[in-house]
Design a protein around this ligand. Structure first.
Ligand code: NAP
Ligand code: MG
Length: 485
């Protein structure tokens, strides 16, 4: 078992209190590492280090140099990918192939922002006066970044890379369940040329995150996680009027018209909600199927769902690993029980019965059908492999059901009729809409939610913009007095 330390001001340190917490392997329930539990005092040290790094030097490091640092981190990530992918799988439960995809995306994210660093610029406006009017873009300062457990290193990359690109310094906290890959990645910082104090990593629980949010010297919070914690963060950030970026959950509709390619539809519906054990903020957890294909598609999905191989993510044959924690497993089991009251169960609905899966935090891929959109399993985010199938008649019905949710992160439409698809695209209330696919996303494109799924956008130039502020500069070119008084 490994004991980790956290990174504050370029030093690997224990918590001031000496307290640690256990990190588990969800496939076995065994303790795999210990991490420091940071207190308010440790967070304060980290924030002060970030502030000092920002004021004393980092703000003057050129965009070219920031770009090179990001590219070096990307290169190192690719080199160490096999080792880190194993740690990601052992700590989060996801199948190894999925960890490999995630960590490839981590490298791509650093490459993208490495290239973008030199392309961020200001503007010059045409104002009606003898003056030059400019908008300068400057880094915001110190960012606090709070990461969830579903894509541990990838969600950290989505925040670290644009913040470094923009010239901020930061204090980042991984989720208590999955801190290991970020701590491993942080070991690359010094070699990449990142000055000490620019990125500080603190580990701990919700209180550690709350201390970052409350700190008066943090200028911006970037958070990905639950709607409940998003609310708490926004309330707390109001005290110091911080800029807040939130990427919260969803109950995303995956909509299948009768004219969709049938095989692609069946695969797309299952992939949309079962990938990463359903622990995906954009999971297509509401599957809306047009009535002419409803029965046939349900039967085909059930038949395929039965073949999904559950197991330890380290086994290459595994298609679905354990969920991240006992707490999350129990939460999903509770929703499966609720679903049995609210709708009809087609497959799954509990824990798997295989003997070798009893120690880990496994749940069966589950499909409920004839679900009413008002049911709890259609309204509340479960964050597990639970699909709610809802029938619909017409295009307007699909649209009404799809938008009848407080969330608005993602949606998908499947049909061969481009007119119908584009009408849906225009009226779906979601930050991301897929047509004939669900889940792939690229660092070049914006990611974020409508409605209660969040505030702000990550990735692409939008992601860097979140870490900058705009300064208006007016340069008077008249050499005579105003002559007003
Ligand atoms: P969560 O509580 O929202 O945790 C996300 C992050 O916020 C973690 O780093 C967590 O730290 C931290 N945190 C918790 N309380 C905080 C506070 N008061 N102030 C600042 N930071 C705080 O999510 P969870 O409890 O792990 O999971 C619960 C549900 O959230 C899931 O079932 C799922 O529905 C949803 N979720 C959504 C996403 C998404 O991508 N949209 C991701 C994860 C979870 P600790 O982990 O150390 O407590
Ligand atoms: Mg927690």
């Amino acid at each position: 078992m490994k004991s980790y330390q956290m990174l504050i001001d370029g030093e690997w340190v224990k918590a001031g209190s000496g307290k640690t917490f256990d990190v588990l392997n969800p496939a076995t329930g065994a303790v795999m590492a210990k991490c420091p539990e940071a207190s308010d005092h440790d967070v304060d040290r980290a924030v002060r280090a970030a502030r000092r790094a920002f004021d004393e030097g980092w703000r003057d490091v050129t965009a070219q140099e920031r770009g090179r640092i990001l590219l070096r981190l990307a290169e190192r990530m690719r080199k160490e990918l096999p080792r880190l992918a194993e740690i990601e799988t052992k700590n989060s439960g996801k199948p190894l192939t999925e960890s490999e995809y995630d960590l490839t995306d981590v490298a791509t994210c650093f490459e993208y922002y490495g290239g973008l660093a030199t392309k961020l610029h200001g503007e010059v406006m045409n104002v009606p006066d003898n003056a030059i009017s400019m908008a300068m873009r400057e880094p915001l300062g110190v960012a606090g970044q709070i990461i969830p457990w579903n894509y541990p290193l990838l969600m950290a990359a989505w925040k670290l890379a644009p913040a470094i690109c923009a010239g901020c310094t930061m204090v980042i906290k991984p989720a208590e369940q999955t801190p290991l890959t970020l701590l491993e990645f942080a070991k690359f910082f010094a070699d990449a040329g990142l000055p000490k104090g620019v990125v500080n990593v603190v580990t701990g629980f919700g209180e550690t995150g709350a201390a970052i949010v409350a700190h008066k010297d943090v200028d911006k919070i970037a958070f990905t996680g639950s709607m409940e914690v998003g609310r708490i963060i926004m309330r707390s950030a109001a005290e110091t009027l911080k800029k807040v970026g939130l990427e919260l959950g969803g109950k995303s509709p995956n909509i299948f018209f009768a004219d969709a390619d049938f095989e692609a539809a069946v695969d797309g519906a299952l992939f949309g909600v079962f990938v990463n054990q359903g622990e995906v903020c954009s999971a297509g957890s509401r599957v809306l199927i047009q009535k002419p294909i409803y029965k046939k598609m349900l039967d085909a999905m059930v038949a395929k769902a039965k073949t999904i191989k559950l197991g330890d993510g380290m086994d290459r044959a595994t298609k679905m690993g354990p969920v991240v924690s006992r707490e999350q497993m129990e939460r999903i089991l509770k929703y499966q029980a609720i679903g049995k009251q609210e709708a009809k169960l087609a497959v799954g609905g509990g824990r798997p019965t295989q003997k070798d899966l009893q120690k880990g935090f496994y749940v069966q891929p589950t499909i409920f059908y004839d679900v009413k959109n008002s049911a709890r399993i259609a309204q509340e985010e479960i964050f597990g492999p639970v699909m709610s199938v809802i029938p619909f008649d017409k295009e307007e019905d699909a649209l009404r059901i799809a938008n009848d949710t407080p969330y608005g992160l993602a949606a998908a439409v499947w049909s061969r009729d481009i007119f119908k698809c584009m009408r849906m695209v225009k009226r779906l209330q979601a930050g991301i809409v897929w047509v004939n696919h669900m889940q792939p996303t690229y660092v070049e494109a914006p990611w974020g939610g409508y409605k209660m799924s969040g505030i702000g956008r990550e990735l692409g130039p939008w992601g860097a913009e979140e870490y900058m502020q705009v300064k208006q500069v007016h340069i008077n070119l008249n050499e005579t007095p105003i002559g007003w008084y």
